[in-house]
Design a protein around this ligand. Structure first.
Ligand code: PGA
Length: 255
């Protein structure tokens, strides 16, 4: 049995006061979902504030991005070691917005994953197809290509232990459109199969999160799918009440 994980991606939202209040509100409700892992990924500059607000709680702290490099002359970058030092346990790599707006390449994304793994962080590798790719019937090929730099890595089996993959169809991110449970399950199953081809043990325990307009109203049916192990939540993670309602939906997967 894989423990469901509900991870909030706050993206570039909020202020110090907002971050503190949201973290405290999530923390206050988190005890109600003992069977679900919860985590939040605030903007970099909010990490210390949120770390303090979550200190001693069961809500994990994650970052939204990480440099592929270690310490050095990399202006504007944040290393995996720095995130670890701030109390992060998780980090997103290759979110669609990073790939598209900031032109992160598949190879760079895997370098980030390696940097996170080396520092002892849990990387959450995001993959997903665009609407045009889905309409052209190329979803599985696109997902396979995005996973290839990881699956083809000489250390793939070790890198996959404890790692998390998030399937986020680009057409569902922030659009209010959600993949149907069946559409999402089909891709999640594909991802698990692809990983099994490289690392069968890791594939069984691999958590694959669904992301893309997850809301309290659609979370239960998505999480009911056998290969959906929780969610990566954007917009709905900015309201503690919605985020925790989604966590409650994940809790019902266990019972
Ligand atoms: P959304 O974002 O829930 O607002 O669609 C999900 C994400 O981008 O991680």
């Amino acid at each position: 049995m894989r423990t469901p994980l509900v991870l909030g991606n706050w993206k570039m939202h909020g202020s110090q006061a907002f971050a503190r209040a949201l973290a405290e509100a999530v923390r206050a409700r988190a005890e109600a979902f003992p069977g679900v892992e919860l985590g939040v990924c605030p903007p970099y500059v909010m990490l210390p504030i949120v770390a303090k607000a979550l200190d001693g709680s069961r809500v994990a702290l994650g970052a939204q991005n990480v440099s592929e490099f270690g310490e050095g002359a990399y202006t504007g970058e944040i290393s995996a070691g720095m995130l670890k030092d701030l109390g992060c346990t998780h980090v997103l790599v290759g979110h669609f917005e990073r790939r598209q707006i900031f032109a992160e390449s598949p190879v760079q994304v895997v370098q980030k994953l390696v940097a996170a793994h080396t520092a002892g962080l849990v990387p959450v590798l995001c993959v997903g197809e665009t609407l045009a790719e889905r309409q052209a019937g190329t979803t599985s090929r696109v997902i396979e290509a995005q996973l290839q730099p990881l699956l083809g890595h000489p250390e793939a089996a070790a890198l996959l232990v404890g790692a998390i993959i998030a399937y986020e169809p680009v057409w569902a991110i922030g659009t209010g459109e959600t993949a149907s449970p069946a559409q999402a399950q089909a891709v999640h199953q594909d991802i698990r199969k692809l990983v099994a081809g490289r690392a069968p043990e890791a594939a069984r325990s691999l958590r694959i999160l669904y992301g893309g307009s997850v809301k309290p109203g659609n979370a239960t049916e998505l999480f009911a799918m056998p290969d959906i192990d929780g969610g990566l939540i954007g917009g709905a993670a900015l309201k503690a009440e919605d985020f925790c309602a989604i966590a409650e939906a994940a809790a019902s997967k266990r019972s």
